[in-house]
Write a protein that binds this ligand. Structure first.
Ligand code: SF4
Length: 349
C-alpha cells in the first residue's frame, strides 16, 4: 500500500516506503552501470549529460559526451565556443536546439558568476525544465527534488499501480506526488538515479524483468499480474476493458456503502462501495490494489483505494463489517473489500 501523503515511518505505508528505498539503493550500488557522469560531482558535467540524454540513448551518447567535454571542459569554454565548433561537436546527436540552449545557458552562468545551485535558479536556464532541474540539483547538490522522466513514470505507474492514462496531467501529478513521497531525502541524487536505472534496465517497457527487480515485493502491478498492461496509454486500457475506482471509507469497524434503488436495471437493492465521482470531497489516502472483474463482455480493472470523508454524505450509510455477510453486497464490492483487507494484513506483517 502506498501512502500518498507524508509518510510516517511507523505506519505500514512508511514501512513500505522505507523497504522500497532500502532495497532499491542496495540494488543500485551493486548493479549500476559504470557511466562517466556518475564518476563526477561537477555540476557542469552532470548537466551536460542530462541534456545529452534527453533524446539520446546512453550507448549512443557515450562517445559524444567524451568528445564534447574534451572540447569544452567547463562552462567558460562552452560559453566562449564558436557556434560552428559547438554544432560540429553535437553533429550526429540531432535536436540541435539542445546544443544552442546549452551555450545560451553557459553564457548566462558566466554572467551570473557561477553555476546555479538550487532548483529554481537552474529552472531559469534555457533548455532546463523540471526534470533537468530536479536531476542536476539532486545529483550535483544533494537537494531533495524527485525526478519524473519516462523511466521513473513507468516504474511508479507499476509499483502504485496507476490505471489512468500516463500522458494525462492528472496522472503525472499523482506520479510526481508519489515520487516525492518515495524520495530518500538523505540521498536524493542516488535515489533518483536508482529509480531511473531500474526503469532503464529492469522495469523496461515490454516484458519487465520482475524476477530481478529489487522492489518486486512492493509492486502492486506484479502482485496483480498487470506488469505487462501498465502503464496505460490512452484514455482507456482497451475498447472492452475499462478502468474503475472504488473507495473504501472505514470508520470504527463500519464501511461507507450506498444501496441501489429497487428500480435499478442491474442488481436492484444490492449494496455498493462508492466511486470517487459520488464522493467529490473524499480524500484518497492509500492504494489497496487492483483486480479484474468481468461483467457480460466488459472487463473492468478495478482499483481499490482507502479514503476518508468529513461526515456521512447524503445517500450513504455506515454498515458494520460484521453485518456484510447477511446483506446483498455486489460481487465487485465483495472483491474490493477482500483485497482491501488483504492489503491491510500484508502491510502490518
Ligand atoms: Fe517493474 Fe516488475 Fe519491478 Fe514491478 S516488479 S517495478 S513491474 S520490474
Amino acid at each position: 500500500m502506498v501512502h500518498q501523503g507524508r509518510d510516517g515511518e511507523l505506519s505500514p505505508a512508511g514501512a513500505r516506503t522505507a523497504g522500497i528505498r532500502r532495497r532499491l539503493l542496495a540494488w543500485y550500488r551493486k548493479h549500476k552501470r559504470d557511466l562517466p557522469w556518475r564518476r563526477t560531482e561537477d555540476p557542469y558535467r552532470i548537466w551536460v549529460s542530462e541534456i545529452m540524454l534527453q533524446q539520446t540513448r546512453v550507448a549512443a551518447a557515450l562517445p559524444y559526451y567524451a568528445r564534447f567535454l574534451a572540447r569544452f571542459p567547463d562552462v567558460q569554454a562552452l560559453a566562449e565556443a564558436a557556434e560552428q565548433d559547438l554544432l560540429a561537436a553535437w553533429a550526429g546527436l540531432g535536436y540541435y536546439s539542445r546544443a544552442r540552449n546549452l551555450q545560451k545557458a553557459a553564457k548566462n552562468i558566466v554572467e551570473r558568476g557561477g553555476f546555479p545551485r538550487d532548483h529554481s535558479s537552474l529552472r531559469e536556464l534555457p533548455g532546463v525544465g523540471d526534470y533537468t532541474a530536479a536531476a542536476v540539483s539532486s545529483i550535483a547538490f544533494g537537494l531533495p527534488h524527485a525526478v519524473l522522466d519516462g523511466n521513473v513514470a513507468r516504474v511508479l505507474s507499476r509499483v502504485a499501480p496507476e490505471l489512468g492514462d500516463i500522458k494525462s496531467e492528472a496522472v503525472r501529478k499523482r506520479l510526481r506526488a508519489l515520487a516525492e513521497v518515495l524520495l530518500d531525502r538523505r540521498r536524493p541524487g542516488e535515489f533518483n538515479q536508482a529509480l531511473m536505472e531500474l526503469g532503464a534496465t529492469v522495469c523496461v517497457p515490454k516484458r519487465p524483468l520482475c524476477e530481478r527487480c529489487p522492489v518486486r515485493l512492493y509492486c502492486e502491478a506484479r502482485k496483480q499480474g498487470l506488469e505487462n498492461q501498465l502503464p496505460v496509454r490512452g484514455p482507456r486500457p482497451s475498447a472492452d476493458q475499462r478502468a474503475k475506482r472504488l473507495l473504501v471509507v472505514e470508520k470504527a469497524g463500519k464501511v461507507l456503502f450506498w444501496q441501489r434503488p429497487a428500480e435499478s436495471p442491474r442488481l436492484a437493492k444490492f449494496w455498493e462501495l462508492p466511486e470517487p465521482e459520488q464522493l467529490p470531497t473524499a480524500q484518497v489516502t492509500d492504494y489497496a490494489g487492483i483486480f479484474r472483474h468481468t461483467i457480460v463482455n466488459t472487463t473492468y480493472l478495478v482499483e481499490v483505494c482507502r479514503a476518508t470523508v468529513g461526515s456521512r454524505p447524503d445517500g450513504f450509510h455506515w454498515v458494520a463489517k460484521a453485518s456484510l455477510r447477511v446483506l446483498p453486497v455486489s460481487t465487485t464490492a465483495k472483491k474490493a473489500l477482500a483485497l482491501y483487507d488483504r492489503s491491510l494484513r500484508n502491510n502490518t506483517t
